[in-house]
Each structure stands twice: as C-alpha cells, then as structure tokens.
Design a protein around this ligand. Structure first.
Ligand code: SAM
Ligand code: SF4
Length: 347
C-alpha cells in the first residue's frame, strides 16, 4: 500500500512521511486524486460559497508580508460604516449567499456594541456569520458569539516560533495559540491555517503545521501561498509555490477529511485556474469577494488580486459556472463543516 493510500484509509501520517511527500513530486497525482476522493466521500460534491466582505483595511499590526500593515503609508485606508456593511451583506444574501465572512485588518475602530449590532443584523437576515478580525480578548470574542457570530478564522500563519517572531514584530505567538483555544472553548466553529512559501520556512515546519492542525481538531483550514508585496519588507522575496500550497492543502484533506477547506484566492492569483484545481484536490469552499467599488482594490494584501473590477453578482455567477463545469454544484446549506456537525457543535 502506498503512503498516500495509507493516509486516505487511516487519516494519519508521520512527520517523516509528510516531509517525504512535500519534498518530492512523485506523489502529486495520487495525492491530489485521493484528496479529491476524501473530499467527495466525506463532504459530497457541493461547494459552499461564502461571501467575503472586506469591511476595513485599517490595521494596527505590522506583519512583514501583508500590504495592510500599519507602516505601509502608501495605502489609502477605509472603514465602512456599519450600515454600509449591513447593506452589502443584504445584497449578497439576495444573490444566494448563506454565510457572510466579515474580514478586516486588526484594529479597535469599531466599538464592541457597534460591531455586535452588525452581526445581529446579518443574522436576522438569515445568514451565518464568520469573523476574521484577528486577535481579541476573550470578553470581545464572547460578546460577538453572544451576538450570533457562528465561526472564526484565525490563521496561525506558521508554527515555527522563530520565523513567527521575525515576521510579526511585537506580536506573541503564544497569544495566537491562546486565542484559538478560547475561540474553540466559546463554541465557535474554528478555522486556522498557514502561509506557504514564507522566506525562511522549512518543509519540516510545514509538516509541523499540518500535524498541529490535526491535533487541534479545527473545523476549517485555509492554506494560501505567500505572495510578495512591493510595499512590505518582504518586497524582494520570491512568491511561494502554488503546487507546494496545493500539496499542503491536499495532505490536510487526507488527515482531516470532514473539515471545510477553501480554495484560496491567493492560489488563483498564482494560477489562473487555481481555485478549480484546488476544488479538484480536496477543497470544498470558495469565498468570493462581496465588497464593491474601489474598496475591492484597496484591500490589497498582495499584488495581482483577482476580480478587482468585477461586481459581487458577476463573481457569484462566474464561480458558480466554473463549479458546474467540473460537475459539482453550489451548496444550499448554511455551510457548517461536517467536522463541526460531527463533534456536536452545530445548533
Ligand atoms: N487581520 C486578520 C488576521 O491577520 O488574522 C484578518 C485579515 S488578514 C489580511 C487575512 C490573511 O491574509 C492572513 O491570515 C494572511 O495569511 C493573509 N495574507 C496577508 N498577506 C499576505 C500575502 N502577502 N500573501 C498571501 N496571503 C497574505
Ligand atoms: Fe494586519 Fe492581518 Fe495584515 Fe497582519 S495579516 S498586517 S494583522 S491585516
């Protein structure tokens, strides 16, 4: 039995086996097809579409890779008003979205009550709410949970502590781990993930990331290649590899067959068919942007962001067409991950 078949049947791999798979291309075909099979067996053929609403690009942090970092003075900053966020969410819901993902830089520019009002208003319209707004206190996470937020995405970015320190000035790796624990404890459907191809990142540390995700029992994992941004300290570094990110994602699918895995936008930036390839290699979620107008381009994490001039309704039609073209359908459920349902978390 090959190592990939073993992973498919037992949902387990050793660190050494993961390093072996990531270090060679000889497993690629079988890795991607078994990951696709695991996705099909445990999650079916339907793809969850979740509307990504990038409601502010203001950030107090300085992550070395990200265009939203505080010290990037060349970026025009914006903050949508609560009623604008609610109105964009309402439109997206009318196009058929059942989950709104509220994402922003990390900041305190919205009061907790103000943000609870946004969450409650979106929940009242019948959609689920995912938050991706960074590290907060337990009290703040609890307030948003009580307001109705269902899910939270917080990538660990890398489990390599030394590398984390280098890339995240004045941030605490330990606090990131703590936040993830608190989110899970509070009953959020919890997602994490990493960047693949960060300068100085080793294959062994990618294997550590994968095993950490499995041990933590997260419900969603987002994997994206690092893309170099000229307005950051990593401007001269080369981009991460599309295929390395795809391999990490596919191994995660074999080890965590019931979780939700998005086909990341950064993958499509590196390969014009990236999201479809990811959907055929283990992914079961796509998060099209539902922000409108100039805010789409001002949410500039990295260059080459896709669909900048498109409208949310166009994006939904376009991705739905791509999904149908590979024999898959768009899910009509609320988008909970089967992992969350099986561990008894869903309402
Ligand atoms: N500020 C929140 C946080 O950091 O958790 C949420 C928004 S942040 C922009 C979302 C994700 O963007 C990060 O977790 C990071 O992995 C990704 N990202 C930032 N810069 C990137 C880059 N240059 N290439 C690829 N992904 C990037
Ligand atoms: Fe801010 Fe998130 Fe970008 Fe870091 S990754 S600079 S926290 S928006």
């Amino acid at each position: 039995m090959s190592v990939i078949q073993k992973a498919f049947l037992t949902n387990s791999l050793t660190h050494k086996e993961i390093v072996g798979i990531l270090s060679s291309d000889e497993y690629n075909d079988s890795l991607f097809s078994y990951a696709n099979l695991a996705r099909k067996e445990h999650n079916g053929d339907d793809v969850h579409l979740k509307g990504l609403l990038e409601f502010s690009n203001i950030c107090s942090k300085n992550c070395h890779y990200c265009g939203l970092r505080r010290q990037n003075k060349s970026l025009k900053r914006y903050r949508l008003k609560p009623k604008e966020i609610i109105s964009l969410a309402e439109k997206a819901i009318s196009y058929g979205y059942k989950t709104i993902v509220l994402q922003s830089g990390e900041s305190n520019i919205y009061g907790i009550d103000e943000f609870c009002h946004v969450i409650k208003s979106i929940r009242k319209m019948g959609a689920h709410v995912t938050l991706s707004i960074g590290e907060k206190s337990e009290e703040e996470y609890l307030a948003y949970k009580n307001a109705g937020a269902n899910r939270y995405l917080l990538r660990i970015e890398t489990t390599d502590e030394e590398l984390y320190k280098k890339l995240h000035p004045s941030m605490s790796h330990q606090n990131r781990f703590e936040c993830l624990k608190v989110l899970k404890k509070l009953g959020y459907e919890t997602g994490s993930g990493s960047l693949v191809g960060l300068p100085g990142q080793s294959i062994s540390s990618l294997a550590d990331d994968i095993l950490f995700f499995q041990k933590s029992g997260f419900d969603m994992i987002g994997i994206g290649p690092f893309i170099s941004n000229e307005n950051t300290p990593l401007r001269s570094e080369k981009n991460g590899s599309f295929y390395m990110a795809l391999k990490v994602m596919a191994i995660i699918r074999l080890l965590m067959p019931k979780i939700n895995i998005p086909a990341s936008t950064a993958m499509e930036t590196l390969d014009k068919n990236g999201r479809v390839i990811a959907l055929q290699s283990g992914a079961n979620v796509v998060m099209p942007v539902i922000t409108e107008g100039e805010h789409r381009s001002l949410y500039r994490l990295y260059p080459g962001k896709i669909c900048l001039d498109d409208t949310p309704s166009h994006c939904r039609l376009c991705i739905s067409g791509k999904i149908r073209s590979i024999g898959r359908g768009v899910s009509l459920t609320n988008g909970d991950s089967n992992n969350f349902i099986y561990r008894g978390g869903a309402a």
